[in-house]
Write a protein of this length. Structure first.
Length: 88
């Protein structure tokens, strides 16, 4: 019997491949709105980040989320992400 394949995604902060379920997904929809996708099923362009403050700060400092989502991200979303990471 075959083993079920676990989907892997790359963290935008530390650039390591990790199981999709261990990461937080940030998604940009067709209207250009950026939000945190807790279900992992929202349509749109997605970027993944670890549930650690260090990875988030590294991604913010190097503007990797903005590059991956191809949009300018405001401070409000970064604060929401910080809250999401610290609550985990």
């Amino acid at each position: 019997m075959k083993k079920k394949k676990i989907p892997q995604r790359m963290c935008t902060g530390c650039m390591e491949m990790k199981p999709k379920k261990e990461l937080i997904r940030i998604v940009k929809n067709k209207e250009g709105e950026v939000s945190v996708d807790t279900s992992g099923k929202k349509p749109g362009r997605g970027a993944y980040i670890c549930k650690s403050v260090e990875c988030l700060e590294k991604a913010v400092k190097q503007k990797r989320l903005e590059k991956n989502l191809e949009i300018k991200i405001n401070e409000e979303l970064y604060n929401k992400l910080r809250n999401e990471v610290t609550n985990e």
